[in-house]
Design a protein around this ligand. Structure first.
Ligand code: SF4
Length: 431
């Protein structure tokens, strides 16, 4: 210590302009750490030549088959010596973040201390799969850093053809729309299937993600093979105090334009209690008294838009649970796909409910492991074998909720739906 900094004219350009630049962060770390000095040198070379100079390899910790992303430099001189020797090995440790990303500042400081001691000091919170990315460590430092992180209670995440690290939204701790215990669901599924993460044996990656409500704050429907999304099956709850507060602050135009008009199934209507048109000079307070918002819960598809806008005025119902969607992923063989509804509603409250969820997850993983082709995600496998075959193999009943826009799809017969609902609700059936 301390190595002189390299000239980085191209990287310096990235520090101009109004936004924070990652280059500034790297330079700060380089003041204390020679690995970062050489990293900047290699990065500058890549910007100049437009070539990436990292190659993979095999680096791990004892007992684990995944969780470390090896990176070796390919920038060498004629004798084969690295041009930037301090950054010649720049591996990444993928470490599982706590469910819901709940940290104490004390633990964050300890994590930073470990990485300053053994690695480059560069940490990314969080990678796409939710990992804490400890970036930049030599092969020798990998095991030492892991041991200390492990002592703090942290474990390596997934990489390669394995179950990947999972993410859950912040959940009930900070959000009133939460419909189940996301953190518990995450820990249950990951801890029960940890072997699939640490000893890769699947055809390709497999991700669980957990969102507490249909807002899907962790993008589970797009970014996970097994999305667990909170929902409710009874009527949504209405808090009149908050609803009126919204109306007083925003008025009729916002109510109609931002709430009623945006309901995808037109489940919301505004009703007059008395004829407000014959009294056009009514104040907002008087309008408030004489108008009411009516939600047809049977038509509601739980998109959560109105709940977001009338914050606190409308809340999920009391009969809460989860919808499970299978097969979301980014662009691969068949383009980006959203998860398909496999289980429209599952209660998730008791110990037995969580066991049931785990049993179902195991079945899905095993079916995927046995039937997918190499490098094929489960969404692609379903596309290849057909949704009907997938559902049948898992013993799942077919349900109209699995059909996109069932009401406008001419292939869905709705002949006896009304009778079935009336029967289920114990209402007299029409002759
Ligand atoms: Fe409409 Fe239901 Fe979405 Fe509200 S949550 S906007 S009622 S579909």
């Amino acid at each position: 210590m301390k190595k002189a900094p390299h000239e980085t004219p191209l990287l310096d350009e990235l520090e101009r302009g109004p936004w924070p630049s990652f280059v500034t962060g790297l330079k700060q770390l380089a003041q204390e750490n020679d690995m970062m000095v050489d990293l900047l040198g290699q990065l500058e070379t890549s910007y100049r030549t437009r070539i990436g100079y990292w190659k993979g390899g095999t680096v791990g910790v004892y007992g684990y088959g995944a969780g470390v992303i090896p990176r070796f430099t390919e920038l060498k001189d004629e004798q084969g010596k690295p041009l930037f020797p301090e950054a010649a090995e720049f591996h990444t440790l993928r470490v599982q973040a706590p469910a819901g990303m709940h940290y104490s500042t004390e633990i964050l400081r300890k994590l930073c201390d470990v990485w300053v001691k053994h690695g480059s000091g560069l940490i990314a919170l969080h990678g796409q799969s939710g990992d804490i990315m400890f970036q930049g460590v030599t092969t020798e430092g990998v095991q030492k850093a892991f041991n200390e992180l492990n002592e703090l209670g942290f474990d390596l995440g997934g990489a390669g053809t394995a179950l990947r690290t999972s993410m859950s939204c912040v959940g009930a701790a900070r959000c009133e729309l939460s419909c189940y215990d996301e953190q518990r669901a995450l820990r249950k599924l990951i801890n029960s299937n940890l072997d699939e993460m640490h000893r890769p044996s699947l055809p390709y990656k497999f991700k669980f993600k957990f969102s507490g409500c249909p807002n899907d704050c962790v993008n589970s429907i797009q970014r996970s093979d097994f999305a667990v999304i909170g929902t409710w099956r009874d009527n949504m709850q209405v808090n009149n105090d908050y609803s009126r507060k919204y109306f007083r602050e925003h008025g009729m135009a916002d109510l109609v334009n931002d709430v009623v008009a945006h309901c995808p199934t037109r489940a919301i209507t505004v009703h007059e209690k008395k004829d407000v048109r014959s009294a056009p000079d009514l104040s907002v307070a008087e309008l408030d008294e004489n108008m009411s918002l009516v939600i047809n819960n049977r038509d509601c598809v739980r998109c959560a838009h109105c709940l977001n806008v009338i914050r606190g005025g409308l809340l999920p119902g009391k009969d809460r649970g989860v919808t499970i969607c299978i097969g979301g992923k980014s662009v691969l063989k068949i383009g980006a796909t959203m998860g398909t509804v496999a289980v429209p509603f599952m209660k998730l409250e008791s110990d037995e409910d969580f066991e049931k969820l785990n049993e179902f997850a195991r079945k899905v993983i095993e079916f995927y492991g046995e039937n997918a082709l190499e490098h094929e995600r489960i969404g692609e496998m379903i596309d290849r074998i057909g949704l009907a075959n997938f559902l049948e193999a898992l013993g799942l009943p077919f349900d109209p909720n699995m059909v996109l826009h069932p009401r406008t799809n001419p292939y869905v017969r709705t002949d006896d739906w009304d009778e079935q609902v009336e029967k289920a609700q114990g209402r007299p059936q029409a002759a």
